[in-house]
Design a binder for this molecule. Structure first.
Ligand SMILES: *Cc1c(COP(=O)(O)O)cnc(C)c1O
Length: 365
């Protein structure tokens, strides 16, 4: 096997090496069936177990009961959830509250407007999303409140969530799902494209409080109705089998690591190493997030004194086997994504490189 690169891509992103190996094995032979996991019926008992365990492991890690919540493994990406949520839960005469904290929140807002009224309960667009808006103007009888827990492009992350009382709370956790302990029972719907922190692309995780379905709309296409997938256990039609398999293995990996507490502790340590370096040379490494308390543990965004130095940084990092450090095309700069499966050694290599790069280039800045 070729040397594994230090992977800082924002998504699709790093997976645990053990999971990559298990997947390689299952691609050659799944459960001694003499066929790969890509070649077996989703109705087989072997695959049924994969789906069932993925659902129960996910709820287990979130501390949620299967009586109250349904865990789904769907297709269409988080982007389809942007539309599916208002399609199921927002009527023309109702208002949903959205907190606008960046590119992905804006895309969610755009879809919601197709179905009902949208109140922007808070926004940081005035400062190009460099902070999280804390003063929210929530609608008393909103259909729901939508929040993005981690803003993958702008590098901000909510540490606490608004208390919405009886109003359902919906959260896009695409880029930090299962990265830390949270009271997941505060949420009525959690969704995430798997390809950042939980698996490969092609599968989307939805965790839904089943009771909310009592007020869901009914006149919508079968495939876009949550009730369909709850009733059929994500097997109404052919699910994304291999993506679900890999995500299921990642869930087992998290459990084997000891659950969310050690994962969170390691994520804190990794992020701190990089932020400490940024803060040690603030004239050179310029963190893009205004309020330090809003900084993401998953996507660490910063600028260098010039675009020329940023390009040089990315190129020299690549020569040291570090991939994916270029910031999102919409904002530029540097972004280091350090998801759950990003090992400590990768962060050590990056901070060592950042130190060396600073010493070699500070004079010219
Ligand atoms: C990547 C991302 C999305 C989009 O996910 P897709 O699965 O590609 O549709 C949505 N929200 C957030 C926070 C993301 O990081």
């Amino acid at each position: 096997m070729a040397t594994r690169a230090y992977n800082f891509f924002a998504g699709p992103a790093v997976l645990p090496l053990s999971v990559v190996k298990e997947t390689a094995d299952a691609i050659l032979d799944f459960e001694n069936l003499g066929v790969s996991v890509m070649e077996v019926s989703h109705r087989s008992k072997e695959f049924d177990r994969v789906m069932g365990e993925a659902q129960s492991d996910l709820l287990d890690l979130m501390g949620l009961s299967a009586d109250e919540y349904s865990a789904m493994f769907l297709q269409g990406g988080a982007s389809t959830q942007f539309a599916m949520i208002p399609m199921n839960f927002l009527s023309e005469n109702q208002t949903a509250d959205y907190i606008n904290t960046g590119t992905w929140a804006k895309k969610a807002i755009k879809e919601a407007k197709l179905f009902g009224k949208v109140n922007i309960a808070g926004t940081s667009e005035d400062a190009n999303f460099t902070y999280l808006p804390k003063d929210l103007s929530l609608t008393e009888d909103a259909a729901y409140v939508h929040i993005t827990s981690n803003n993958t492009i702008f590098g901000t992350q909510w540490k606490t969530f608004p208390d919405t009382g009886d109003v359902p709370l919906v959260c896009d956790m695409s880029s930090d799902i299962l990265s830390r302990r949270l009271d997941f029972s505060k949420f009525d719907l959690i969704y995430a494209g798997a390809q950042k922190n939980l698996g490969p692309s092609g599968v989307t995780i939805v965790v839904l409080r089943k009771k909310w379905l009592e007020v869901a709309k009914d006149n919508i296409p079968t495939m876009l109705k949550y009730q369909t997938h709850v009733d059929k256990g994500s097997m109404f039609n052919t699910p994304p089998c291999i993506a679900t398999f890999v995500s299921g293995r990642v869930l087992k990996w998290i459990k084997a690591e000891g659950g969310l507490e050690p994962i969170e502790e390691r994520n804190n340590r990794k992020a701190k190493m990089i932020y400490d370096l940024i803060d040690a040379y603030p004239e050179f490494y310029r963190g893009t997030v205004r309020d330090k308390n809003d900084r993401s543990l998953m996507n660490i965004t910063f600028n260098l004194p010039s675009e020329g130095l940023e390009a040089k940084f990315v190129a020299e990092a690549k020569a040291r086997n570090m991939l994916g450090l270029k910031g999102h095309r919409s904002v530029g700069g540097i972004r280091a994504s350090v998801y759950n499966a990003c090992p400590m050694e990768a962060v050590e290599a990056l901070t060592k490189f950042m130190e060396d790069f600073y010493r070699a280039n500070k004079a010219g800045s």
